[in-house]
Design a protein around this ligand. Structure first.
Ligand SMILES: C[S@@+](CC[C@H](N)C(=O)[O-])C[C@H]1O[C@@H](n2cnc3c(N)ncnc32)[C@H](O)[C@@H]1O
Length: 249
């Protein structure tokens, strides 16, 4: 669905049908703008982490299909040796990704973030990521697929517990603060038959996901306000995003 909203090439009839429901309920431009704003945030966050914070290892959780400007392409502009492990529970991601992301510093792991150990202890993760050194864990536009019962903060803390001081986390999330109730209902309806329900969270609940990390400036903001650049990011009020740094314990 996300790839279709970004005008990608890798989507199926079922995705297009689900997006048609979204476009009907919310407006096509608004949905596409939200997807693009999110993707631009991912790009700026990775560039910041690689170029300004010296991060050379990334775990991109809920990475989705390879599409415009993928994490390893941005990170490897800063350092061709930067390592990226992409993780998604959708096996289609690995099928498309293995062909497109062939690169010895890049792996694709098919795993479910609700079982963090299956990612942290995966042989590809262990091969590529040295948890004794700082790592950036990216959860971009994925926590809204995790219900409250599935303990989203517990998922972040499982990754934090393995991360060295000086590590980072980046999160973006659909929010109920700023999204009119009828739009929220249209988003939720479009995901009713999907693999996961969609869970909107308020600003406070999203901020709580960063527990144990210090938010880097400008804190938790609309993604287009986070280190804005002239990358053509649309300005919506559907999302929040931030990057947090793990200090010494
Ligand atoms: C909206 S896409 C985001 C893609 C990318 N992170 C970005 O922001 O551009 C969300 C992705 O998260 C994946 N996902 C959802 N729940 C997941 C879970 N429990 N474990 C792993 N991946 C998950 C979906 O399969 C989908 O590919």
């Amino acid at each position: 669905m996300y790839d279709e909203a970004l005008h990608g090439k890798d989507h199926y009839e079922v995705d297009r049908r689900a997006n048609a429901v979204l476009y009907e309920g919310i407006g096509e431009a608004s949905v596409r703008n939200t997807a693009l704003e999110n993707r631009r945030f991912l790009g700026r966050a990775v560039r910041y982490l690689a170029a300004e914070c010296g991060i050379r290892q990334f775990l991109d959780i809920g990475s989705g299909l390879p599409t415009m400007r993928n994490t390893h392409q941005i990170a490897q502009e800063a350092d061709p040796d930067a390592r990226v492990v992409y993780v998604d529970y959708d096996p289609i991601v690995a099928v498309h990704g293995r062909a497109l992301l062939a690169n010895k510093q890049t792996r694709i792991v098919t795993a479910d973030m609700r079982d963090p150990e299956s990612i942290l202890d995966h042989e590809d993760t262990r091969d590529l990521i040295d948890f004794g050194r700082p790592v950036a864990v990216l959860f971009v536009a994925v926590f809204h697929f995790i219900t409250r019962e599935e303990d989203p903060a517990g998922i972040v803390s499982a990754f934090r517990a393995r991360s060295a001081p000086g590590s980072y986390v980046a999160i973006s999330h659909l929010t109920s603060d700023g999204t009119p109730a009828e739009e929220q209902r249209a988003w939720e309806a479009a995901f009713e038959g999907a693999t996961s329900p969609l869970v909107f969270r308020g600003e406070g609940e999203i901020r709580a996901l960063f527990g144990g990390y210090d938010l880097v400036s400008p804190g938790l903001v609309r993604p287009w306000q986070w280190h804005p650049s002239d990358d053509g990011s649309p300005e919506t009020t559907s999302l929040f995003g931030a990057v947090g740094r793990l200090g010494a314990s």
